[in-house]
Design a protein around this ligand. Sequence first.
Ligand code: HEC
Length: 279
Amino acid sequence: MLVSQRRVEAETWTHVALVRDAAGELALYLDGELDATASLGDVPTHAGLDVGRTNPPAGCAARLAEVRVWRTARSAAEIGASFRTRVTSDRRPADLVLLLPGDDVELSGAARVEGALDAPPVLTDAERAAEEALFARYRELAARAGDATRGREVFRATCAACHKVGGEGGAIGPVLDGVGAKGREGLLRAILTPSAGVESGYRTLVVRTTGGELLDGFLAAEDDEAIVLRRKDREDLRLPRAEIASARFDRLSLMPAGQLEALADADAVDLLSFLQSLR
Ligand code: HEC
């Protein structure tokens, strides 16, 4: 059995990919990042595979905006690179055996396929090519043997305002002890394209106050009277609900994009060595 580690939040677009390879190894990816693995032991053929079936048979409570079935075991890099791109019938990869909506198949029970309201933006071909070139460049830098001790210094200067490692650093982003377990691909994805798979707890909340001020941060706490906004390098802000004119979650991550690109290559190599050493 394979159960995700991370909670999938209600009413939030989430990309789920399940891979089974020829040896019977299962891997579950959420928003392009490896979440959990399991081994089947033997390799069943999965004839009559059900998507969305539950036991007891109430049916899956999720809404599936799109279903893709591939005949090949896709790699972490392929899953990460393709989930924000659209597949159309005129340029459909040969190993994509089922695509919904699109293919003419009969769905069972009350099942139907409908578009998601908050799916992330789909990349254009040019954006996708640029993203692939960026990943190729940093994959190569991440594979070099860097100086992890120097990398820790780069981390202190660039990342520690928001992230803790070894109990030291800010509390805006997740604690990064053990983040090396994400693997090279997962790390690069989190750093190079942070807004592609924002964990729902870290979405930016944008608030307009009754005084007309625009504030953003992440929602650290809330109760009947107030909400608490957490912001970088500043005290948490407790905002009485009576002072909130409107509030909405932004798709953008609070994790800034472009940070690795702003570093000299030698610093990026050392930082990536340090992060990969955190296990
Ligand atoms: C302004 C605050 C901020 C800065 C600066 C920042 N991060 Fe982040 N980071 C975040 C937030 C918030 C998240 C979680 C949101 C998300 O998943 O997109 C995050 C997520 C991550 C993750 C994914 C963690 C996980 O468990 O999924 C990694 C890896 C990461 N950051 C690395 C870095 C590195 C390396 C730097 C420095 C180059 C850095 N961050 C700088 C705010 C920041």
